[in-house]
Design a protein around this ligand. Sequence first.
Ligand code: SF4
Ligand code: SF4
Length: 62
Amino acid sequence: MIELPLLDETRCRRCADCIAVCPTKCLSMRSDGPFLIRPTDCVSCGLCVLVCPSAALSLAAI
Ligand code: SF4
Ligand code: SF4
């Protein structure tokens, strides 16, 4: 099982804190919020979830 960040677009403020904290730089911003540009580089660390000020991210099993 792999866990990847899942975005709730309605909560996202587009602050980009999640992108800044990601240790593998696998997130990028688009109009509706952050998205995984390289899903295979995500190490499921959860840092993006922890730093999000509006609880817009969660780790979800895929
Ligand atoms: S879980 Fe970790 S590696 Fe994956 S996108 Fe978030 S900060 Fe980056
Ligand atoms: S940290 Fe949260 S509010 Fe900020 S861009 Fe990422 S998902 Fe959106």
